[in-house]
Design a protein around this ligand. Structure first.
Ligand code: OAD
Length: 299
């Protein structure tokens, strides 16, 4: 880590009264969860982005549920890392006005002890379930059951156990599933109809949660003054509106700090109010935020 960059950043950090963290999949990499767009952004040879769409669910809900069931298992097996804990500490400081906007659906920020009043999971959560019927608004939060149905048992393994020792392990086969084997809406069932539940995540082409976006807007436009700093953590910044928050903070005169394994620090170097920290966000955040949050212990 470049010492001058760190010193300049920390000087600004200590003066900052209003701070935003914009979080992406890179923050959870050291907890063992894959990113979307890296070479590892695959599940059984399917592109993860192709599976995160309403069309994919419409065509084959069983396939998409097997993918999400695997993601639920993976997230449950993962533990928040020191990067999550550093943000959680920042979120609980009384003197700093701070919000985290996370695009991650893995629930690790919530599980790290992040103050829930200033955590916005704008892409939803793997542990929220919603009814697919237009006539029903059933929604269930914090459902950590695994497997969700008997037919989804076994989805925790991406590969056949028997092939794990070989150089190219075989994927465990995707099952054909009937709707009746997928999670069912209890409200529809009690009124005599059958509707399946879906994961409470935002898919490509869907709207983001309006209330959360409004609250983020209120923070960004607050009369308390402009945002002084946005921490851009482990995100490729390819998805709207997440990517627009950086520009909005910069337009207010706020500075930007990027934490990513895939940047060229020498090109950034504090130019135009942007600092770059190249490396694992889980390791970088406890170090750079230390003047405000003190020491972050190993989880
Ligand atoms: P991406 O997979 O697009 O980007 C992950 C970023 O993390 C990349 O820029 C990597 O270089 C970086 N990275 C990888 N490992 C890292 C580490 N250990 N420390 C720091 N950085 C690291 O994931 P997101 O930007 O989160 O949306 O993707 C945004 C959204 O697009 C997702 O929420 C999802 C996706 O498709 C929906 O599903 C709606």
């Amino acid at each position: 880590m470049n010492k001058q960059t760190l010193a300049e950043f920390q000087e600004h950090l200590k003066k900052s009264r209003r701070i935003v963290a914009l979080v992406g999949a890179g923050l959870s990499v050291s907890s063992g969860l894959p990113t979307f767009r890296g070479a590892e952004g695959l599940w059984k040879n399917f592109n993860m982005i192709d599976l995160a769409t309403p069309d994919a669910f419409y065509i084959d809900p069983g396939l998409v549920w097997q993918f999400y069931s695997w993601r639920r298992y993976s997230a449950l097996a993962a533990k928040p890392n020191r990067g999550h804990l550093a943000l959680a500490k920042l979120s609980n400081l009384p003197q700093t006005n701070f919000i985290t906007i996370t695009q991650n659906v893995d629930g690790l920020s919530a599980r790290s002890g992040h103050n829930s009043d200033n955590l916005y999971e704008i892409h939803g959560s793997l542990f929220t379930l919603k009814c697919t019927s237009f006539m029903c608004n059933y929604i269930e939060y914090n459902n950590f059951k695994a497997p969700l149905t008997p037919a989804l048992r076994g989805t925790e393994h991406e590969f056949l156990k028997s092939s794990l020792d070989s150089e190219s392990p075989e994927f465990s086969p995707v099952k054909q599933m009937k709707d009746s084997e997928l999670p069912q809406c209890p409200v529809c069932k009690s009124s005599g109809t059958q509707s399946i539940l879906r994961p409470g995540v935002v898919w490509f082409g869907e709207s983001l949660p309006m209330q959360e976006l409004n609250e983020i807007d209120d923070f960004l436009e607050s009369e308390e003054g402009p945002v002084d700093l946005i921490l851009v953590i482990g995100t490729s910044g390819t998805v709207y509106p997440a990517n627009s928050y950086v520009d909005r903070v910069r337009l207010q005169g706020g500075k930007v700090a990027i934490f990513n394994t895939d940047i060229d620090e020498s090109e950034i170097e504090g130019k135009d109010g942007v600092w770059g920290f190249k490396g694992d966000a889980a390791e970088l955040l406890p170090v750079v935020l230390e003047p405000l949050i003190g020491e972050v212990k190993q989880p």
